[in-house]
Design a protein around this ligand. Structure first.
Ligand code: SF4
Length: 233
């Protein structure tokens, strides 16, 4: 056609064949839980077959992992990051959550970029949450001060915990600041950027306490407090 075309929403275009072949009336029938159509999910990490799967909207996270061949031994499923860099980190007990907007919001994640990253026993969810929060802070456009400054302070809390140098009441500071950030959000970037650390507080309290109270990282990723003080990198 000699006319360059910018496709900004490939998933929308991917739905066209389904609608054309089944008709608009048949489109909703492909989805579970009252949702319409299918969703493309990028699956990466500790699964047998990483890639992109097209699944009915609303199928469970577990069913999506099954499409990717599950988690092969010797890997053991520890968590799934759902929704991309501003997503939530969910434990295996939440695999029954539907991959749809309402269900993921309730679980503390969101559809977001339509991605699932599967973490095994060698991953540290605290480290991951801290890195994601730092990324989101760096990505803030800067228009809203609570986002620009608040996310940076939130990322610093995550870094202190990972570096074995938490202050008193760090979890309360983290959750209070997150409430303020979400309450002042101008866009979804700010609202979602708190999800990673909040999901660790919600689901992985033992691992968080191991870092804060016992100065250890169960996965061996973060730097223990003693090493941090000694300047060991
Ligand atoms: S809330 Fe949105 S608009 Fe405001 S600084 Fe953050 S990214 Fe920019």
């Amino acid at each position: 056609m000699a006319a360059p075309t910018l496709i900004h929403g490939p998933q929308t275009f991917a739905a066209v064949p389904t609608i054309l072949s089944g008709g608009v009336a048949g489109f909703p029938e492909t989805a579970a839980a009252g949702y319409a159509g299918t969703v493309l999910v990028q699956i990466s990490g500790a699964v047998a077959h990483p890639g992109i799967a097209e699944v009915p909207f609303g199928v469970t996270i577990r069913e999506v992992l099954d499409v990717a061949g599950g988690v092969p031994a010797p890997h053991k499923l520890k968590a799934v990051l759902v929704g991309g860099p501003s997503g939530g980190i969910l434990p295996p007990e939440e695999l029954g959550t539907g991959f749809d907007h309402d269900s993921l919001e309730k679980a503390g994640a969101h559809v977001g970029s339509g991605s699932i990253v599967v973490l095994d026993q060698h991953s540290c969810v605290v480290d991951l949450a801290a890195v994601l929060t730092r990324f989101c802070a760096d990505e803030a456009c800067g228009k809203t001060i609570p986002c620009r400054i608040g996310l940076r302070r939130l990322a610093e809390i995550g870094a202190r915990i990972c570096e074995g140098q938490p202050r008193d009441d760090e979890i309360a500071r983290l959750t209070d600041l997150s409430v303020d950030i979400v309450g002042s959000a101008l866009c979804d970037h700010e609202r979602r950027a708190t999800l990673a650390l909040l999901s660790v507080v919600r689901y992985f309290r033992d691992e968080l306490d191991a870092h804060i109270v016992r100065n250890t990282c169960p996965a061996g990723i973060c730097q223990p407090k003693a090493e941090a003080r000694a300047g060991v990198s």
